[in-house]
Design a protein around this ligand. Structure first.
Ligand code: NAP
Length: 284
């Protein structure tokens, strides 16, 4: 196995397959389309959007970037979501979060039509992940972690995985996806006692805590697989994950870099979901 688990080859493999699917759809006159809804143009969304745009163009997926004013009312936001739901040329909807404070995020997520919910914003999609049923799409980041582990041939069945972070966007659904692969999962959070002891026992540690370099040498034992979901801009302008890479890398059997790890795969998974949504729509 590679020591540095780069996201690029994983993303390339996913994109190759989705480009073929998009071509087949194009031959039937269907262009898969993703609508990204944003409130004000946030600097921290810009890089993610650039990645989506570049990859979408390369894969034959159309991107509709819809920007509403940052001070939009709940009614205006819901009305736009309604329009996108009813627009037959839009197959996937991505609501960029966090939303401005005046907006009710839960209500807006719930308003996305389930078949267009390509990043698991609705309760129905999430229920599908938890029940192991094909009710919607998995959260792209959680699925990106699974794609990386599978691409690099990391065995999952029977392995001990420590997932650090229990958000509904990443940690919790990821724990469910790992369970579906027959891993034994320990889901850690800010109240976990003696986190280093828990992570040191695991075969695979996945960091999704939103704390820059929070997991250091004391959290790891030799020869583990380390997956870093976190992404942070440090004061010196560089990017870091939740894992202190310099401290962890020498001990690890394999580790994802930041940048160039999980984030690189998330966009490819998102576009694959859009293509799948378009194919399902075409089948009626
Ligand atoms: P979040 O909603 O802030 O959740 C953080 C989780 O980490 C919470 O469950 C929290 O526990 C736990 N946590 C915080 N401090 C901890 C500590 N000291 N020890 C143990 N657990 C701790 O974050 P998120 O949305 O899941 O995102 C996590 C990270 O992934 C962020 O860095 C985010 O930027 C990144 N991210 C990356 C991508 C990508 O494509 N690469 C996509 C989405 C997010 P409690 O529940 O107890 O508070």
């Amino acid at each position: 196995m590679d020591h540095i688990l780069k996201g690029a080859p994983v993303a390339a493999a996913i994109k190759e397959k989705l480009c073929e699917e998009a071509e087949q759809l194009a031959a039937r006159g269907i262009t898969p389309a993703l609508a990204v809804l944003e409130f004000g143009e946030r600097a921290d969304n810009a890089a993610y959007l650039r990645g989506i745009r570049k990859n979408a163009e390369a894969c034959g997926v159309q991107l509709k970037h819809v920007v509403l004013p940052e001070d939009s009312t709940q009614g205006a936001a819901a009305a736009m979501l309604g329009q996108l739901n009813d627009d037959a040329s839009v197959h996937g909807i991505l609501l960029l979060r966090p939303l401005p404070k005046q907006l009710n995020e839960a209500a807006l997520c719930a308003a996305i039509r389930p078949e267009k919910d390509v990043d698991c914003a609705t309760d129905l999609s999430l229920a599908g992940v938890f029940a192991g049923k094909d009710l919607g799409f998995s959260p792209c980041t959680a699925q990106a972690v699974i794609e990386i582990l599978k691409y690099y041939g990391v065995p999952l069945a029977g392995t001990n995985c420590a997932v650090v972070g229990r958000s509904l966007v990443v940690g919790r659904p990821l724990a469910m996806l790992l369970l579906q692969e027959n891993a034994t999962v320990t889901l850690c959070h800010s109240k976990t006692k003696d986190l280093p002891a828990v992570t040191r026992r695991a075969d695979i540690v996945i960091a999704a805590m939103g704390r820059a370099k929070a997991l250091g040498a004391e959290h790891f034992s030799e020869d583990q697989i380390l997956i870093d979901v976190g992404i942070h801009r440090l004061e010196d302008g560089s990017l870091s994950g939740d894992i202190d890479f310099a401290a962890a890398e020498p001990k690890a059997e394999a580790i994802t870099p930041v940048p160039g790890g999980v984030g690189a795969v998330t966009t490819a998974v998102l576009l694959a979901h859009v293509t799948e949504a378009a194919a399902k729509h075409a089948e009626g």
